[in-house]
Design a protein around this ligand. Structure first.
Ligand code: ZN
Length: 376
């Protein structure tokens, strides 16, 4: 009898843990920057490490309360030091689906705009396009110098040397599109929910983003060196607004993630290959798109195109973003504009084109299109 009871108990426990595992199908890793003896940027009244932690915990609580199927993992949940490399390792070990690093911005004392500069920016991994973006990455990466033997851990990477940052141009990042997608959602929420100035989605070489094998962003909430912004950053209501903004962005990103992963075929939402679609039309047609694509699978010829860029806005044909590429087409997917060149009936021809494009865009890849819609 006892044995039977034991078997029954084990069965119930296993079923419970299986259902828990199944329920938590998305892992979000929340990374509060700095901590312990690393204060981050310092303000008049407060410091970066406390603000980052405050917003991180508030965000985590919102997710835990409202989204049963999401597991929240913190890289730190208290005031202690964590190495940059360790943060990435925690995220990777947890098999994170999204990494959100939370930081507070500042400019140095010589900067004339020090007390007036304001706004929120969300960074994804990439090579900086401005000195300003490089300066932010340098400041955030330089915390690695607080670690013993940082040169060995980070393979000789020098956070203060501009030359070191060239590695980020060559780093392949298969999660770039999703990172930019989430970053764009954060930025628009920061305006509507937290009332911040939108300083845009930007790219720079952040070590912690480079080492996490998942979509990853680093949010610079506001400027602690601006007294008005500092007051907002330090206040409970300000931190709640930041947390709510990131939470709203996360919720909509997750909804879109679920929709995509529930599809049999790839993650296209709209598949117009010519640059003639518009956002409103795409949204109206969203429901129908699935059927269209399923039909498309059994009819029409396949063509191969080389996708080289994903961008939040629709760009002009001669945009400098294309780095001189001609004959660019685009389509909209997951809230982003995807840019392609070429249209080939053979994969080999597309590969030759892709190798040419990769000299300018190192992570260009081939997509398969049927009847004007992406199928792979
Ligand atoms: Zn920071």
């Amino acid at each position: 009898m006892y044995r039977l009871f034991r078997i029954f108990a084990i069965l119930v426990i296993s079923l419970l843990s299986v259902s828990q595992l199944m329920a938590k199908d998305f892992v979000v890793v929340i990374d509060a920057g700095h901590g312990g003896h690393d204060y981050g940027a310092i303000g008049n009244k407060t410091n970066e490490k406390s603000i980052n932690l405050g917003v991180a915990l508030k965000l985590g609580n919102l997710i835990k309360k409202n989204m049963d199927d999401v597991k929240v993992v913190y890289t730190r949940d208290g005031d202690y030091f964590k190495e940059l490399q360790e943060r990435a390792e925690i995220a990777n070990k947890a098999h994170g689906d999204l990494f959100i690093s939370i930081h507070t911005n500042s400019v140095d004392k010589k900067n004339k705009r020090r007390t007036t500069i304001k706004g929120t920016a969300t960074y994804t991994l990439g090579l900086h396009r401005s000195a300003e973006n490089l300066a932010v990455a340098k400041r955030e990466n330089s915390v690695m110098m607080l670690e013993d033997d940082f040169s060995t851990t980070y393979c000789g990477f020098d956070p203060n040397s501009t030359e070191s940052y060239i590695i980020f141009e060559l780093s392949q990042n298969q999660h770039m599109e999703q990172s930019i997608d989430f970053a764009s959602r954060v930025q628009s929420e920061m305006v509507t929910t937290a009332g911040r100035q939108n300083n845009g989605v930007r790219q720079a070489g952040f070590w912690v983003l480079a080492k996490t094998g998942m979509p990853a962003v680093l949010i610079e909430l506001e400027f602690i060196c601006n007294p008005t912004s500092e007051a907002f950053l330090a206040s409970e209501s300000g931190q709640n607004k930041f947390a709510k903004s990131i939470f709203n962005a996360f919720k909509s990103y997750k909804t879109s993630f679920d929709r995509k992963s529930g599809k049999i075929h790839d993650n296209h939402k709209s598949g117009k290959s010519r640059g003639d679609s518009n956002e409103l039309e795409d949204e109206q047609n969203e429901e129908e798109e699935v059927t269209d694509t399923e039909q498309a699978e059994s009819a029409g010829d396949l063509v191969y195109k080389v996708q080289f860029l994903s961008h939040p806005s629709k760009l002009k044909k001669n945009s400098s973003e294309f780095r001189g590429l001609k004959g660019v087409d685009c389509y909209r997917d997951g809230g982003m504009w995807k840019y392609t060149v070429g249209s080939y009936d053979s994969l080999d021809k597309a590969k030759t084109e892709m190798n040419k494009v990769r000299k300018k865009f190192s992570d260009a890849f081939i997509i398969t299109v049927r009847d004007g819609k992406r199928v792979r």
